[in-house]
Design a protein around this ligand. Sequence first.
Ligand code: SIN
Length: 293
Amino acid sequence: MTIPRQAIFADCSSKSAAPPLATRPLSAALGLEILDVDLSDPLPPAVIAQLREAWYEGLILLLRDQNLAEEDQVRFAECFGPPAKTINVNNTGRHPAVMLISNIRKDGKPIGALPDGEMQFHTDQCYIEKPAAASMLYAIEVPSVGGNTLFANAYLAYETLPAEIKRRIEGRKAVNAYDYENASTLRGTRLREGVPQYSHPLVRTHPATGRKALYVNRLMTIAIEDLPQAQSDELLNLLFDHQEQRRFIYEHFWRVGDILMWDNRCTLHARTDFSSAERRLMRRITILGEKPE
Ligand code: SIN
């Protein structure tokens, strides 16, 4: 029996497109590790397409043992969308998209942003109109203990809410504000003048997957609009406690050479404490996003 030419061609072309990526789940809740991909070389389009699919499925992607110059990291970021230029020039690398996250000090001043210790759960840039779609960190120096980053699955957080709570938050918006020092303690009170802030829906739909995610966080969500303060506080605290349950979380213990990218539209993240006597240096890039809907 002769095999039709088209069948042979179709088989060969799919194989030459790219073999399936080897992956391994990071936790039951979210996260995929991508194995055997070296980001110091440009990636073929077929591999980029697979990485995007894996990212939508896993919400966060981890690649270990990378050795990346700034340009390599920018090229990887561009596979997922246009990188955002960093605003605070004091904390940047040489490339305008690169920002340093570090507790290392030069002349007494941190060389990077978000320098010290623990951070509560948040999503990046939720206080602006179009928050970053994605953020990625590349680990250059890590402390021996702590400084872990925790990621929570915001789809699961939404999907597991009781129907009555889903009804209470449907169609509502909340104010998110950038004031890391004070925002969570100012909840329900008047925000300081000039603090960057923006109102977004409590539930947003991911533009690529169509899934709904709970879009509030303990660090930056201040108040639910059009609700008395006591009711807003009560509902927000309930949502924060719900979304931070261990069953929705993957905790990442960093190793030098890790690059980890997360989707801010369907995850939130936090950082555990670490000693100020140890150095932590991460190179961060964010990818432009859209207005949450
Ligand atoms: C961040 O919130 O972007 C930083 C997280 C970290 O330093 O682990």
